[in-house]
Design a protein around this ligand. Structure first.
Ligand SMILES: Nc1ncnc2c1ncn2[C@@H]1O[C@H](COP(=O)(O)OP(=O)(O)OP(=O)(O)O)[C@@H](O)[C@H]1O
Length: 588
């Protein structure tokens, strides 16, 4: 059976992929990996390499001037264009880490440059069979959990043929995962050098040294994959989608906007399997299964199609396309007007509540609620990313998870505490069944409270705590210190009492005392916690907006008009907006 390495795909070769993503939780970086990365001294390596390159070039010039004898077959063989890069590999300790030879700086005439490039390439080609294959071995970082026991060791993934698996067969992927998994990462030269490959002279993938194809251990011809990507296209089960742009990137994969032959646009999520262990693969299987079961739920991005592409060793998902995620909505809003805006907060608070209530009604805990996982679709928010979501067994409020996950700043204290205990208990001899965590719908409500806090105060509740470890500790602190919501919101705007109480109720350290999403929606029209104080102070019987009714109505109508001006709004959505605006001020 052919050992397949992850393929470098055309659509994935997007230089913008490499930029830092603030929504990517650094938490997922295993501590050991962090330490190893900290050990790297790329400057030193580069200096040595530069030194070697300079020597080599000096010798070369000498030879050209006839001062030194020619050596090696490379000089005699004709030219081989320098394209792609060698498969570099770093063993443990990264002793072998080498940067690609640098081009000489300064004024070098073109022919000399070409000659040097060719020379370097020849040297590399000559050494190809002599050098052991260099590989980067890093700690495997399974998606969405940071599991000490399962991150060590070497991992290899075998998968046969280039056929797509029909839906439902993800679990039957032929994988071979030894006890101590370790991810094998091959870095092509173009990536390491931080540039994109030459487009003009790029040979087919199979000829390019240094692309991942070059490290497939068997020199057999690769089968033609059922899913192909030429000219930024992806073919999924016979349907060819044109890739239009990248929408986002998360811990598990990248999301692109694609267009089907009938010109309908969709979101395409590509989840590479190569970096995942068995547990993470089960999570993806779980994500797809949940998306399938939630097809009829109007608050979830609908699954359109999916497949496992073994040739690319990835799961490909086609789903309903959203225009923008809530993280960007909030960021744009705060940039435009860094002041607490009760209309804005009220609208998106109810939208997020509705999404989460819909999931909980289906007995599902999302487990990774954060602004980036709400996407606006036709004027309403829907939830994406069910990678770590779980169905609750029967009618119980909690389930037991081996691998609780999420984004630390939005994770509930009980989950973080359990994770900490897991880690303290973890030892190579312990059984996996020891490491389970009680987890339930209140954890999602905590995360919702964090989203609300962000909208009201401009930051998540523990954002002021510097450093991830310290922040995790602060959130998990069970010293009984309640989270207090301040009286002044963003821009010094006074926070309405009900809004403040709602933040505090959702961020109650005791999961049992938190309100439920459905309960909040069923209570007041604005989805806020009903409090006596709020009821007394608000002359409309409890609406948080009561005191500034006229102003709020005006702004709500302004928002509706603004929304209509920027994009086509279906009548049903418009009706919803108007109803909500009226609800907000108690006029419905
Ligand atoms: N259906 C969609 N329509 C539009 N954009 C989307 C869609 N799904 C995802 N995105 C964008 O892609 C980003 C990453 O998607 P997603 O959260 O599914 O990836 P992930 O790898 O599972 O992320 P995470 O690290 O949160 O687990 C989202 O934050 C969002 O901006």
């Amino acid at each position: 059976m052919t050992k397949a390495a992850p393929m470098e795909e055309d659509w994935a070769r997007d230089s913008s992929d490499d930029d830092g993503d603030p929504s990517m939780p650094a938490f997922r970086l295993h501590a050991v990996t962090e330490a190893l990365l900290a050990d790297l001294d790329p400057t030193a390596t580069a200096t040595q390499e530069d030194g070697r390159s300079v020597d080599r070039r000096r010798r070369e010039f000498g030879r050209r001037r006839g001062k030194l004898p020619q050596e090696g077959p490379a000089a005699a063989t004709g030219s081989t264009p320098l394209v792609g890069g060698d498969s570099v590999a770093l063993g443990p300790g990264f002793a072998a880490m080498a940067r690609p030879p640098r081009r000489p700086r300064g004024r070098v005439s073109l022919d000399v440059q070409d000659y040097l490039d060719q020379r370097e390439q020849d040297e590399e080609n000559r050494g190809e069979n002599e050098r052991p294959r260099l590989e980067l071995e890093v700690e495997a970082i399974p998606r969405a959990h940071n599991d000490g026991e399962h991150n060590n060791g070497m991992r290899s993934l075998e998968c046969g043929g280039g056929q797509q698996r029909p839906a439902g067969e993800l679990g039957s992927l032929n994988t071979s995962i030894p006890e101590r998994p370790m991810r094998r990462v091959v870095i092509s030269r173009s990536r390491r050098a931080g540039g994109s490959p030459k487009t003009s002279s790029t040979p087919p993938q199979s000829q390019r040294p240094g692309t991942v194809a070059a490290v497939v251990t068997t020199p057999e011809k690769q089968p033609v994959p059922a899913t192909t990507t030429r000219h930024r296209r992806i073919i999924i089960r016979g349907v060819s989608y044109r890739i239009l742009r990248k929408l986002g990137r998360g811990g598990s994969g990248r999301v692109y906007e694609v267009m089907a032959p009938d010109t309908r646009t969709w979101a395409f999520k590509a989840i590479p399997l190569a970096a995942l262990d068995d547990v993470a693969k089960r999570q993806i299987q779980n994500e797809v299964a949940l998306l399938q079961s939630l097809r009829s739920t109007d608050r979830v991005a609908a699954l359109h199609d999916w497949c496992v592409d073994e040739a690319k060793n990835a799961v490909h998902i086609i789903m309903e396309l959203g225009q923008i995620d809530l993280e960007h909505v909030i960021r744009d809003h705060l940039e435009r007007e860094p002041r607490l805006d009760p209309v804005f907060v009220g609208h998106y608070w109810r939208e997020t509540l509705r999404c989460v209530a819909a999931l909980h009604a289906h007995g599902i805990v999302h487990a990774d609620i954060k602004p980036a996982n709400f996407v606006s679709m036709g004027g309403v928010l829907k939830i994406v990313d069910f990678g770590v979501a779980h169905g609750l067994p029967d009618d119980t409020a909690h389930l037991y998870l081996e691998n609780p996950a999420g984004t630390p700043s939005y994770m509930a204290p009980e989950t973080l505490r359990a994770l900490r205990e897991q880690r303290q208990q973890a030892s190579p001899t312990r059984q996996r069944c020891d490491r389970v965590v009680r987890f339930g719908t209140p954890a999602d409500v905590w995360s919702l409270g964090c989203v609300l806090h962000l909208m009201v105060y401009g930051a998540s509740p523990f954002a002021h705590v510097r450093g991830l470890a310290a922040r995790v500790l602060a959130i998990a602190d069970d010293g009984g210190v309640p989270v207090e919501a301040g009286g002044q919101g963003l821009g010094g705007v006074p926070v309405p009492e009900a809004l403040r109480r709602t933040v505090e109720a959702c961020l109650d350290r005791d999961p049992g005392r938190r309100p439920t999403a459905a309960g909040l929606l069923a209570g007041r029209a604005d989805g806020m916690v009903a409090t006596e104080a709020a009821a007394r102070s608000d002359d409309d019987g409890g609406s948080v907006m009561g005191r500034d009714r006229v102003n709020v109505v005006g702004r709500a109508i302004g928002d509706v008009l603004e929304g209509m001006a920027t994009r086509p709004v279906p009548r049903t959505v418009l009706d919803t907006w108007v109803r909500e605006a009226l609800d907000e001020v108690g006029l419905s």
